[in-house]
Design a protein around this ligand. Structure first.
Ligand code: PGA
Length: 249
């Protein structure tokens, strides 16, 4: 089967002040000298999107947000809309990250509404799913992610550019990763759930793996069938580490 180009996206989470743009510039410079074999994106805090977009204008690194509100505007103090981050310079947006699901009570329906908002603003959503350790130990990883796919992906995604990111909650920021067989099993199940939800429109979008991806394990993870890229937290903060992952793709 033809493999589409992989996407390696960095999620800076709530890290980064103006000085951190130097890391993004170092990354861009390295990719100018030697082009990546994959798409590369950085998702900084909302406060840095516009400055990063200016600093990297016309370059290889794409820019994304980490969340957006489902409404296009209104009385939602503290929130940013999809259109706002699009205008600031983002082309992608991470939605439904487990830190949003666990820490802010986001449900699959909330995530699906945000995906609709992102599509309406012309953003490419990266929709995150993944089981907790308790669910994994109860043998529920596949049913949990299948349910999350069914609930978090609106039908309107068919034919649009988007990605799904499988991030086991217990692997995020812990240094733990599933075995390659476990990753393969879940990615195959996620693909089946995407096709069940979207028909043929569920076949093309890449399924990223996320959770403790680092330069030393990136090559073997990215070689697993149906792993279409990586969503990287901690190791995306330093250009050298992130480059190590990008070069493995
Ligand atoms: P991590 O985070 O790479 O630091 O484990 C991944 C993520 O939360 O997207």
């Amino acid at each position: 089967m033809k493999q589409s180009v992989k996407l390696v996206a960095g999620n800076w989470k709530m890290n980064g002040l103006g000085a951190s743009l130097a890391e993004a510039e170092t990354l861009e410079k390295a990719l100018k000298e030697q082009a990546a074999a994959c798409r590369v994106a950085l998702c900084p805090p909302a406060t840095l999107i516009e400055r990063m977009a200016r600093a990297l204008a016309g370059g290889a690194v794409e820019i994304g947000g980490q969340d957006c509100h489902a409404a296009s505007s209104g009385a939602y103090t503290g929130s940013v809309s999809a259109e706002m981050i699009r205008e600031a310079g983002a082309g992608l947006v991470i939605l439904g990250h487990s830190e949003r699901r666990a820490g802010f009570g986001e449900t699959d329906a909330d995530v699906a509404a945000k995906v609709e908002a992102a599509l309406a603003a012309g953003l490419e959503p990266i929709i995150c799913i993944g089981e907790t350790l308790q669910e994994r130990e109860a043998g529920q990883a596949v049913p949990v992610v299948s349910r999350q796919v069914a609930g978090s992906l609106p039908a309107s995604l068919a034919g649009k550019p988007f990605a799904v990111a499988y991030e086991p909650v217990w692997a995020i920021g812990t240094g733990l990763t599933p075995t390659l067989d476990q990753i393969e099993e879940v990615h195959a199940a996620v693909r089946a759930a995407m096709v069940a939800r979207l028909g043929e429109g569920g076949r093309a979008a890449p399924i990223l793996y996320g959770g403790s991806v680092k330069p030393s394990n990136a090559a073997e993870i990215l070689a697993v069938p149906e792993v279409g890229g990586a969503l990287v937290g901690g190791a995306s903060l330093k250009a050298d580490d992130f480059l190590g992952i990008i070069r493995a793709a």
